[in-house]
Ligand binder design. Structure first.
Ligand SMILES: [Fe+2]
Length: 293
């Protein structure tokens, strides 16, 4: 493991904190900081910059109650609610629950997030960051996988880059040609059909100017000017270019881990390789973002 370049310019208040890369291209581990304690403005900026640089930060050994968790995430920006009220924690609705035990309205286990995606892209201002905190874990498996979408974009052949230049996605709750089997979302969309929200297929990071692929295949109704099925095929092709081992990080959870990542530079997907009769519970929070451009 390699200590990062940020070390030289760190604020004095972060003495004892250590940031170590988890892989060459994505992810860093932060140890030696208790996020229940207040942080000053310099430390806040240092952590934000580290998150943008490394795309994901894993804070080890945190001991949060829900309120403390919410305060810790707020270091990185303003927390926004999950679009699905059903997932929200009753006592603190800005936190949502990702639970292996949750069921849809037909009583079936809900397995969401199995495909590479970015969160809440059907919103005008999708979340810039997504954060998870491990509350209950299965004996093994259940990793959260991240992919570096700026490297994914850079790796596209020139002809593909040219082809996707200027393309826009039309995003809804669940795309008509998507592979999602989430019956709750289909019912929800049928009850109140949304106006599609348009976003660039390749977005530019507002802080650092890097370009990255940007979509959620289940939420794309179509790429503007293309049919839904044809759109899904192109998204699958783009995903194939991106998911090279050197652009990926699989986070194997330990209790006390908080992982936050930058949706403007990363896709994520869940692993369903664990015993689903064991309870896996993560608290999720979303940090408000800008309109993608
Ligand atoms: Fe997600």
């Amino acid at each position: 493991m390699q200590v990062t370049t940020q070390e030289a310019s760190r604020p004095a208040t972060t003495t004892g904190m250590k940031i170590t890369k988890l892989t060459e291209n994505i992810g860093a581990e932060v140890t030696g900081i208790d996020l229940r304690q207040p942080v000053d403005a310099d430390t806040q900026k240092f952590l934000y910059d580290a998150l943008v640089e490394h795309i994901a930060l894993v804070f080890r050994d945190q001991k949060f109650n829900p309120g403390e968790y919410l305060s810790a995430v707020s270091i990185f920006g303003t927390v926004m609610p999950d679009e699905s009220p059903k997932n929200r924690l009753p006592e603190l609705p800005l936190i949502s629950q990702i639970s292996s035990l949750s069921k849809d309205r037909e009583g079936k286990r809900v397995m969401t997030g199995e495909r590479w995606h970015s969160d809440h892209v059907n919103h005008q201002r999708p979340p810039k960051f997504t954060c998870l905190y491990a509350v209950k874990l299965p004996d093994s498996g259940g990793a959260t996988n991240l992919a570096n979408t700026r490297e994914g974009y850079a790796a596209l052949p020139d002809a593909v880059k040219k082809r996707v230049e200027g393309m826009k996605t039309a995003n809804v709750i669940i795309g008509s040609a998507s592979k999602s089997v989430n019956s709750d979302r289909r019912a929800w969309q049928a009850e109140s059909p949304p106006d599609p929200v348009i976003h660039p297929l390749v977005r530019t990071h507002p802080d650092v100017g890097t370009k990255a692929l940007y979509f959620h295949p289940n939420k794309v109704e179509n790429i503007v000017g293309m049919e839904p099925q044809e759109s899904q095929e192109l998204l699958e092709e783009l995903t194939e270019y991106m998911v090279k081992p050197e652009f990926l990080y699989a986070h194997q959870w330990r209790l006390g881990d908080m992982m936050i990542w930058d949706n403007r530079s990363a896709f994520h997907r869940a692993s369903f390789d664990y015993d689903i009769n064991q309870h896996r519970l993560l608290y999720r929070t979303l940090v408000e973002g800008d309109i993608p451009h």
